[in-house]
Design a binder for this molecule. Structure first.
Ligand SMILES: O=c1ccn([C@@H]2O[C@H](COP(=O)(O)O)[C@@H](O)[C@H]2O)c(=O)[nH]1
Length: 594
C-alpha cells in the first residue's frame, strides 16, 4: 500500500477461492494501479476498497504460486492489456510509460496481450514492442497485430503459443486478440478477428490435436462478435476440447458460458479487480489419472484489489503478507512517485464529483461541472476568445471520479490523461451547430470509454441492452444487486453473470450508474439573451480526437460534403491539453485548504 493511501474499511466479507487442477489470475484495463492496472500502479489512493498497489499484487502472486505448487496444480498469471495511459506514473514521464514498463517486467506473467491504449500513440506502441514484447518473448501474444519499426511490417508479438503446464502437464494452445480497433497509430496494423481466423497459421494451429485446452486472451469484450467468431472457428475443428477466454476493454466484471466446455471471464478495470478462474475435472492426456472432461467444473471470483482480501486468500496477516520483492516494489513506486512529484497538492476539491454515480445533469456530476464551469472558463483563445463558442469534448476522455479533498498532480492524469489538442471550426451557422449534439448521440464513434469502439452491430445477438429512456437510474444489468447485501459496508460491484450472483469476493452495496451523453458541451462568450436571440454564427471548439466525427456531423446536418478535418485549425497552444487546463483551473479556483 502506498504511504498516501488509506487502509481498506472493515466490514468486508470474503468467499474462499476454489482451486482446480488449473487456475488463472487475471488483470485487465489496469491503466491505473493505485489502485489500478490502467496505470494506477500506485493503487487507488482515495478509494480504500481498491488501495492495493502493484507491490501488494506481486506478493499475492508469489503466495498463490507457492500454494499452487504445494497443491500440485497449475496457476497461470495473465494480463489482457491497456496498461498504458491514465495515471501520473505513466503520463508524467518522457517518454510516457518509461517507469511503468520496468515495473511490469517484474510481474511473472505467463501470458499477456495488449489493448487499444498501447496503440493510440506511435511512440507508446514502439516502446511496448521494444521493451515489453522482447522481454516477455513468446509469452506476449498478439495474434491480429503487426508493427512497422524497421521499414517492414512484422508481427507485433507471438501469434500462437503452445506450452505444457508445469504441474499437471496440460498442453495449452494460446492466442492473444485485440478487438477490431481502428484508431491505432499508423506504425501498427490491426486485423479483424474474422480475417485472422482464416489465415493459414491459425487454421493449422487449431488443427493440431496435441492440445488439452485452448486459452484465448483478448482485449475484447467477452460478449463481442470477435470472441464468438474465434469460438466457432475452434469448435468447428474440436467439438469437445475445453476453450477458456479472458477478455477486457468494456471495464466490467463479467462471465459468459459459451458451451459446456467453454467460458469467458472479464475482470473489471483499473486494478479494482483481480479475476480468479479455476477449472477442475479437466483431462490432461499425458496424465492418465486426471479426471475426464465430462465432469469439468469452472469457478470464477472477482477479488477487490486490497490487502485485507489478499491476506485472506493467502492465509497471511499484515506482517506475514509482504514478500521482499513486493515490499521493494512498493518502496520503489513511492520513490518514483515522489521523483515525479505526483502527490503535489494542486488544490482541494470542494465536494465529490462522479462520472456516473450521480445524475447527469446535476450538481455532483463531473460532466455537468465541466460544462458549466471548467470548459467555458478554460477553453479560451487570445485571438477568438470573444467569439461565442460551443466547446465539445467526448465523455470517454474523463476517466475517474473526483473526490472531495486533495487534488494532486497525479489526480489530473487519473481524471483526464489524454493529450488531445483543442481545434476549431470558425463561423459556423448557429442553426447548424445546435444539431451537433443530437448527431453525436446517434453516432457510433470513439466518444466514450467502455464498449463504444465496438459498433453496436458487433454486440452478441441476445445480449441485454439497457433502455436508458425508460430507466433513468441504472444498475448495470450485469452488475445488479446481490440479495445478501445486508452485510455490506462498502459501495461497489454486485455482479450478476452467467453463473449467477456469487462471483464477487466481497459483498457490496450495489453501485448505481446514471446514463451520460457521449459528448458534453460547454457554452462560452455568449451574450446574456443568446437563447432567445442567438448569434448568426459561432465557433465550434473540440478535441482533435473527435475532429473526423465533427466534420461528418456537419456534413450530415447540412447535406453537403463541405466539411473536412483539414479545415479545422488549432484553437489553443499545443501544451493546453485538458490535463493542463484542469491543473490550472484547480490551482486558481479550488483553494488549498483541504
Ligand atoms: O486519445 C484518446 C484516447 C482514448 N479516448 C477515450 O478512451 C476510450 C477508450 O478507452 P478504453 O479504456 O479502451 O475504453 C475511447 O473510446 C475514448 O472515449 C480519448 O478520449 N482520447
Amino acid at each position: 500500500i502506498q504511504p498516501s493511501a488509506q487502509n481498506p474499511v472493515a466490514g468486508q466479507r470474503f468467499r474462499h477461492l476454489e482451486w482446480g487442477l488449473i487456475n488463472f489470475l487475471h488483470t485487465t484495463d489496469n491503466l491505473t494501479w493505485g489502485a489500478n492496472s490502467h496505470g494506477w500502479h500506485a493503487g487507488h489512493l482515495q478509494e480504500p476498497q481498491y488501495s492495493a498497489d502493484f507491490g501488494d499484487y506481486l506478493s499475492l502472486v508469489s503466495h498463490l504460486r507457492n500454494t499452487a505448487e504445494e497443491k500440485g496444480v497449475d496457476l497461470i498469471v495473465l494480463d489482457t492489456g491497456d496498461r498504458a495511459e491514465g495515471n501520473g506514473l505513466w503520463d508524467a514521464t518522457d517518454p510516457m510509460g518509461k517507469y511503468t514498463r520496468n515495473f511490469y517486467r517484474e510481474l511473472p506473467l505467463d501470458i499477456l496481450t495488449l489493448g487499444n491504449h498501447e496503440l493510440y500513440n506511435g511512440t507508446t506502441a514502439r516502446n511496448e514492442f521494444l521493451e515489453m514484447v522482447s522481454f516477455y518473448e513468446g509469452r506476449y501474444l498478439a495474434s491480429n497485430i503487426d508493427i512497422n519499426v524497421t521499414g517492414d511490417w512484422e508481427p507485433f508479438a507471438t501469434r500462437i503459443r503452445k506450452f505444457v503446464t508445469e504441474q499437471q502437464g496440460f498442453r495449452i494452445t494460446a492466442f492473444g486478440f485485440l478487438f477490431n480497433f481502428t484508431r491505432n497509430d499508423k506504425n501498427t496494423r490491426v486485423k479483424t478477428a474474422a480475417d485472422t481466423i482464416k489465415e493459414s497459421w491459425f487454421q493449422e494451429g487449431i488443427r493440431d490435436t496435441d492440445v488439452d485446452l485452448f486459452v484465448i486472451i483478448g482485449h475484447v469484450d467477452i460478449y463481442s462478435i470477435e470472441f464468438t467468431q474465434i469460438f466457432e472457428a475452434i469448435r468447428e475443428v474440436h467439438p469437445d476440447i475445453p476453450i477458456q477466454f479472458f477478455g477486457g476493454h468494456s471495464h466490467i466484471r463479467n462471465f459468459r458460458i459459451l458451451d459446456n466446455k467453454s467460458t469467458a471471464l472479464e475482470s473489471g478495470k483499473y486494478f479494482e479487480t483481480v479475476g480468479w478462474l479455476s477449472i477442475d475435472g479437466i483431462k490432461a492426456r499425458e496424465a492418465p489419472d486426471s479426471a475426464d472432461n465430462t465432469s469439468m467444473v469452472v469457478s470464477r471470483r472477482y477479488i477487490d484489489a486490497n490487502r485485507v482480501g489478499y491476506q485472506h486468500h493467502t492465509g497471511k496477516n499484515a506482517t506475514t503478507f509482504d514478500t521482499p520483492q513486493g515490499l521493494l516494489m512498493t518502496e520503489r513506486l513511492a520513490k518514483y512517485r515522489a521523483g515525479l512529484d505526483l502527490d503535489r497538492l494542486i488544490g482541494c476539491a470542494p465536494q465529490d464529483f462522479s462520472l456516473s454515480k450521480h445524475i447527469y445533469p446535476g450538481p455532483q456530476n463531473w460532466y455537468s461541472y465541466l460544462e458549466e464551469r471548467i470548459l467555458p472558463t478554460m477553453v479560451y483563445s487570445k485571438e477568438r476568445g470573444q467569439v461565442p463558442r460551443f466547446i465539445f469534448i467526448n465523455t470517454g476522455s474523463q476517466r475517474s471520479d473526483v473526490f472531495k479533498g486533495p487534488f494532486t498532480y497525479d489526480t489530473s492524469f487519473l481524471v483526464s490523461p489524454f493529450t488531445s489538442k483543442f481545434v476549431h471550426a470558425k463561423d459556423i451557422d448557429y442553426s447548424i451547430a445546435i444539431h451537433l449534439r443530437d448527431f453525436f448521440e446517434k453516432d457510433v464513434g470513439p466518444y466514450r470509454s467502455d464498449k463504444s469502439e465496438n459498433p453496436l452491430e458487433n454486440r452478441q445477438q441476445g445480449a441485454e441492452e439497457v433502455d436508458i429512456q425508460s430507466s433513468p437510474l441504472l444498475v448495470d444489468h450485469r452488475q445488479a444487486s446481490l440479495a445478501r447485501h445486508k452485510h455490506t459496508k462498502v459501495i461497489g460491484y454486485a455482479t450478476t453473470d452467467d453463473a449467477g450472483t456469487d462471483g464477487d469476493d466481497t459483498i457490496h452495496v450495489p453501485l448505481k450508474r446514471y446514463p451520460t451523453p457521449q459528448v458534453i458541451q460547454g457554452n462560452a462568450s455568449f451574450p446574456e439573451d443568446w437563447e432567445s436571440n442567438p448569434p448568426a454564427t459561432i465557433d465550434l471548439v473540440f478535441f482533435d480526437f473527435i475532429a473526423w466525427h465533427v466534420a461528418a456531423g456537419l456534413n450530415e446536418i447540412t447535406g453537403t460534403e463541405d466539411y473536412s478535418t483539414k479545415d479545422f485549425l488549432p484553437y489553443m497552444e499545443q501544451e493546453d491539453t485538458m490535463t493542463r487546463l484542469l491543473l490550472d483551473y484547480v490551482a486558481k479556483y479550488w483553494g488549498r485548504d483541504c
